[in-house]
Design a binder for this molecule. Structure first.
Ligand code: HEM
Length: 511
């Protein structure tokens, strides 16, 4: 027996086995030690599988689960490690957010794990690249967005869409007394404005009872499947499906091709028109859509294509999501609605965009996005080891997520009434009569538009659009949701209301 036992030590396989056990024990003991030493807080975890069990239990309520864990964490930061997934640090701590989005910006790019997911769709567009490629496009786009002519073009497009599309449709819905999905209507509105501003193409119907236009449908399919890639528990599966060209990956390929062909055709036609105008001596209108400006600036077709696709993607569903939630919230807060209508009526003469000085409306939009941010969470990937201001260690390759949804619901940041819709919290003096000045809230406390060098490029355009649309509707119509249940907030690439918002439209002032 003893001889048999001793002979075991001469077997190479036995040594391999023993080393594996030792390695496992070291991992468990030191992993636990490390966790206690500086990983501050997180879901209940076990050796090897990490928090897989609790993650699985909470998989349909990840937003609220993370928010609860963050509220319990002394530093408002948690570390989520689970088998099969990248180690993720989720933070609702403004100092950490500032550090990752500004102070040490270069160490927190979007990174390959993110850009791979959207790469087939967005190519090298601004939304999906880092480093030099990003910086060059950022400078170019910031310059264009800063020009008075593009701002005027945006405003004219918006006005046309409201006057010719939105208001006539609302009028007819009010006359017929039909139920309509307001979220879908606003999505189509935003898509029309975006297509006009970035591609220079004309409007499609806003009526949700008509089929979704071809380009919008292809966009929807592509972004849904990309979101599915991001949410897949095991990455390799979508890669295998892509390699084999089957299932959702086959659909994605077709949708991306549709978008690419559509945009390339527009580029080709526009280029021909510009060449023709130039050779025939016709003067070229410089106040045009972004695509025409990029062509005139001499950028390559593929660069132009990817850039406008990124813009459509970034600006498409965000404003409609924010407005949908606000319409629902004010339908539940009648006094806020009355005050808003009064503010809009008092400012009727200043409906000329530049001077859209609706302070209460702006406060309501902030408050609605605090509770229901269009981008619920957003992640970067650390290039090298780092240390966040609250003492959390970051390892190279870690995913670091800032979390607007959770931040908007932290008692430490917003007080005991954090879950209530209270637009007055955004005023310096929240007295009804003296709602004269909005507070300057630090962008890292509520990064709904991100913050730092990569802050949303369309923030100003978004506010102009949302204020103009909300004011145009509220002034003339009452929006009444058909169901009284609390809607469900669904975080995808852009968050939305599950099942849309079914409403009845009534002309204001009629019973
Ligand atoms: C309520 C409306 C909006 C919200 C809440 C919002 C929010 C955001 C957020 C959180 C990001 C960072 C995302 C990331 O890096 O992964 C972002 C980036 C961006 N947004 Fe917006 N956005 C809105 C509207 C718009 C509109 C209307 C446009 C179109 C002009 C736009 C254009 C962009 C672009 C181009 C970027 C990428 C900037 C860069 O990477 O340098 N956004 N936005």
């Amino acid at each position: 027996m003893e001889a048999l036992f001793m002979s075991l030590f001469t077997q190479p396989l036995f040594f391999v086995f023993l080393s594996m056990i030792l390695y496992f024990l070291v991992q468990v003991i030191f992993g636990k030690f490390r966790r206690e030493a500086y990983e501050l807080s997180g879901p209940p975890s076990h050796p090897l599988i990490g928090c897989l069990v609790s993650f699985y239990k909470n998989r349909f309520r990840l937003l609220d689960w993370y928010t609860e864990l963050l509220a319990d964490s002394a530093t408002s930061t948690i570390v989520v490690s689970r088998l099969g997934a990248r180690r993720t640090i989720v933070t609702a701590n403004p100092e950490n957010v500032e550090y990752m989005l500004k102070t040490n910006f270069n160490n927190f790019p979007k990174g390959k794990p993110f850009t791979e997911i959207l790469g087939d769709f967005l190519g090298c567009g601004i939304f999906n690249v880092d480093g030099e490629l990003w910086l060059t496009q950022r400078k170019l786009a910031s310059h264009e967005f800063g020009t008075k002519s593009l701002r005027e073009y945006i405003m004219n497009s918006l006005e046309e869409e409201v006057e010719k599309g939105l208001l006539p449709l609302m009028e007819s819905l009010a006359m017929k007394g039909e139920v309509v999905d307001l979220q879908e209507l606003l999505r189509r509105f935003a898509f029309n404005v975006i297509c006009k501003v970035f591609l220079g193409v004309e409007r499609c119907s806003l009526d949700p009872s008509l089929p979704v236009p071809q380009l919008a449908r292809a966009f929807d399919t592509a972004s849904e499947i990309c979101a599915m890639r991001g949410a897949a528990p095991v990455f390799i599966i979508w890669k295998i499906k892509r390699w084999l060209g089957i299932g959702s990956e086959q659909k994605l390929k077709a949708a991306v091709e549709e978008v690419h062909v559509y945009v390339m055709n527009i580029i080709e036609t526009r280029r021909q028109k510009l060449d023709h105008d130039q050779s025939s001596g016709t003067s070229i209108d410089k106040d045009q859509d972004l695509l025409t400006r990029l062509i005139m600036a001499g950028h390559e077709d593929e660069v132009t294509r990817d850039m406008v696709i990124s813009f459509i993607m970034a600006g498409r569903d965000t404003t409609s999501a924010a407005m949908t939630w606000l319409f629902w919230l004010i339908s539940r807060h009648q006094t806020v609605e009355e005050d808003l209508v009064k503010e809009i009526e008092d400012n009727q003469r200043t409906m000329d965009f530049e001077s859209l000085d609706f302070r209460l409306l702006k406060a309501c939009l902030f408050e609605s996005m605090r509770l229901f941010p269009p981008v619920a969470w957003d992640s970067k990937h650390a290039k090298v080891h780092d240390l966040l201001p609250d003492g959390t260690h970051v390892r190279a390759g870690d995913r670091v997520t800032y979390f607007p949804y959770g931040m908007g619901r932290m008692e430490s940041l917003w007080g005991k009434d954090r879950l209530e819709f209270k637009p007055d919290r955004w005023f310096l003096e929240p007295d009804k009569e003296t709602r004269s000045e909005l507070k300057k809230v630090c962008p890292y406390k509520l990064p709904i538009f991100q913050a730092g060098p990569r802050v949303c490029l369309g923030k100003e355009m978004a506010f102009t659009q949302m204020k103009y649309v909300m004011a145009s509707i509220l002034r003339r119509f009452e929006i009444r949701p058909v169901y009284s249940d609390e809607p469900v907030f669904v975080p995808r690439l852009t968050a939305h209301m599950a099942g849309g918002l079914k409403v009845l439209v009534r002309k204001r002032g009629t019973n």
